[in-house]
Design a protein around this ligand. Structure first.
Ligand code: SAH
Length: 272
């Protein structure tokens, strides 16, 4: 960066950049601009790492990756790093996968900065909760099929005392359910929903590594999807869609066939 550009600034700032689920093309124009202007970038494994080539050569890159069951940087430490770098006058980008406020702990980072008197702003990102199903050909809502969708965390299932999700209500509503962070507990979640009244035959799909070249999808029903995702060895990050939209496959429709709504996929596993 040019010296005069730096000397114009008296205080640093933190920008929480939602960078989309993995495909660099899903980073917003504003997110890309912030990344190019950054003095420091704190990123983790869910962010589209290919975008880091956009960072200035003299910028500091800090991996604060929180790989499940792997090496972790605690949230407190991340907050402190954001604040310390910004206090030293740096333009700091917190480069996050998806949208920062969808299970991204972006709100905590915002609050920590605000409490420390650090200017903070957010650039929303494309959330995997919507883009993941979408790129697998599943719309989260569809006229005549689903009038709404509910996104829940499955990091703890219905049997866990720490879960505050109303699983009874979820099982009995007619819209789409999107479960994030739920691959490990998928059997407990599906069983719990079925016990509470969900139709076991309702379509369900798991989409893993959406938007990347490793994207995979398994389709089944609420009763079968957990076993199928194990059988096909789907890996995190992955999300599950439960509801009639999960029986749709818009991606398989060729021009001229729109208007049809396939309810059973030709193959249970589609690798995209
Ligand atoms: N803020 C992120 C979500 C972070 S929580 C967003 O808006 O997308 C992490 C969870 O997001 C994962 O456990 C998984 O359920 C989901 N996820 C993130 N990236 C994904 C991807 N590329 N494909 C499928 N699921 C993904």
């Amino acid at each position: 960066m040019a010296e005069d550009e730096k000397s114009d600034r008296t205080a640093g700032e933190v920008v929480l950049v939602g960078a989309g689920p993995g495909d660099p093309d899903l980073l917003t124009v504003g997110g890309l601009r912030a990344l190019r202007q950054a003095d420091v970038v704190l990123y983790d494994h869910l962010a589209p790492l290919a975008c880091l080539v956009e960072v200035r050569p003299d910028a500091v890159l800090v991996d604060v990756g929180k790989i499940p069951h792997g090496p972790q940087t605690g949230q407190e430490t991340i907050n402190e790093l954001l604040i310390d770098y910004a206090r030293s006058g740096a333009r700091v980008v917190r480069f996050k996968g998806g949208d920062p406020f969808v299970f991204g702990r972006g709100g905590e980072e915002w609050l920590a900065c605000a409490e420390a008197g650090i200017p903070v702003r957010i650039i929303p990102g494309v959330s995997s909760a919507i883009a993941g199903p979408e790129l697998a050909g599943i719309p989260v809502t569809h006229r005549g099929v689903s009038q709404g969708f509910t996104v829940v965390s499955g990091h703890v299932g219905p049997n866990h005392p720490a879960s505050s999700v109303n699983w009874d209500a979820l099982a009995q509503q007619s819209g789409t359910i999107v479960i994030m962070m739920g691959l490990t507990h998928l059997a407990e979640i599906c069983d719990g929903l079925i016990v509470r009244g969900l139709d076991p035959d309702v379509p369900a799909a798991v989409v893993s590594k959406a938007t990347t070249s490793e994207q995979r999808m398994v389709r089944g029903t609420a009763a079968t999807i957990a076993a199928m995702s194990l059988e096909h060895q789907l890996r995190q990050p992955a999300l599950t869609v439960i509801g009639h939209v999960a029986g749709m496959d818009l991606g398989s429709l060729t021009p001229g066939t729109s208007g049809t709504t396939p309810t059973s996929p030709s193959s249970p596993v589609d690798e995209l």
